[in-house]
Design a protein around this ligand. Structure first.
Ligand code: DON
Length: 304
């Protein structure tokens, strides 16, 4: 029997003492209100057991982590048709990089970089009757939690400063890879990124990816084969130009967000989420990556 609680307590305790905690994102001004002192870890095992330490129940801005949830909903609508509009190759570039998009004729490298997530947002705006309301309901359903909500201050803050996302959306539109209005797609995208969730809520929402497409309430949201694909995309593309480093150090599929959250999982086994707002130079949570590396090293469980 592995002492999961003891292991995450130790990791939390040791890393909390680190002096270098990374830098809080400031390009979305509202996110800069966070401090590097917040730190939570939550582990949810497929058998139902869960373990928490630190700020595991405090909601924070999930940002790019939402891209995985949006992708799962788009796949539920369009199945493999979506791969005509977005590729599945790692980009080796930052999340907001634009020049590859132009070179590759408006087909984003993958659905987890910003341009790819904008194509996914476009698909959801097309299929959902009330896109923002229906997407939030989907997230609440898979997380089994009706309290989850948008943070409209964060969405408005990103809208005010989101010049690169405006550029990406316009470029996609010029290549005929957006069917809806640029404004409508961006409004949806800024809202999906602004959702506030805690480590515990994120681990519950990601249960379906660790459980062959079935959420904690045993509803099959995506086929097993698509859960496999989403996990593969998280492993190869979930950390942008640091995806290789994350696979090398942690050895799990996962996704980060500039709010400081990370969710990672081992299919059929567990989901683990961390929140520490200080980011490393690649935009991924500094303490979060260290915590996950220590977790898979100490427990000796990873996909490899
Ligand atoms: O579009 C953006 O720039 C943000 N809403 C999300 C970026 C993000 O979280 C990148 N992740 N590490």
């Amino acid at each position: 029997m592995i002492d999961f609680q003891g292991i995450i307590n130790n990791i939390h305790n040791n890393l909390s003492k680190e002096e270098v905690k990374g830098v809080v994102a400031s390009y979305i001004p509202e996110l800069f209100k966070q401090t590097t002192n917040s730190f939570g870890i939550y582990l949810h095992c497929i058998n139902g057991e869960s373990y928490a330490v630190g700020d595991a129940y405090t909601p924070f801005s999930i940002q790019s982590i939402s891209k995985v949830l949006a992708l799962s909903k788009a796949i539920a609508f369009e199945d493999n048709n979506i791969w005509q509009r977005v590729d599945v190759e790692p980009s080796g570039n930052p999340f907001n990089h634009l020049s590859l998009l132009e070179l590759e004729n408006g087909i984003p490298r993958n659905p987890l970089i910003n341009s790819g997530a904008l194509v996914i947002a476009d698909i959801l705006v097309t299929h959902l009757k009330n896109p923002k309301k229906d997407f939030l309901n989907y997230v609440r359903t898979i997380a089994n939690d009706q309290t989850i909500n948008y943070n409209t201050d964060v969405a408005a803050s990103e809208k005010r400063t989101g010049y690169t996302n405006y550029a990406a959306a316009n470029l996609l539109k010029s290549f005929n890879n957006l069917n809806n209005n640029v404004e409508d797609v961006l409004d949806f995208y800024f809202h999906q990124c602004s959702i506030d969730m805690s480590c515990a809520q994120l681990a519950n929402a990601f249960y379906l990816f660790a459980n062959s497409g079935k959420c904690i309430n045993h509803i099959q949201h995506i086929p097993i084969s698509q859960a496999k694909r989403i996990n593969a995309i998280m492993l190869t593309c979930g950390f942008y130009d640091e995806a290789g480093e994350f696979a090398f150090r942690v050895g799990l599929p996962g996704k980060s967000g500039v709010g400081g959250g990370i969710v990672a999982l081992l299919p059929n086994n567990f989901i683990i989420s961390t929140w520490a707002p200080g980011l490393n130079p690649k935009g991924n949570s500094l303490l979060g990556m260290q915590a996950l590396e220590q977790f898979t090293t100490e427990t000796k469980i990873s996909i490899f």
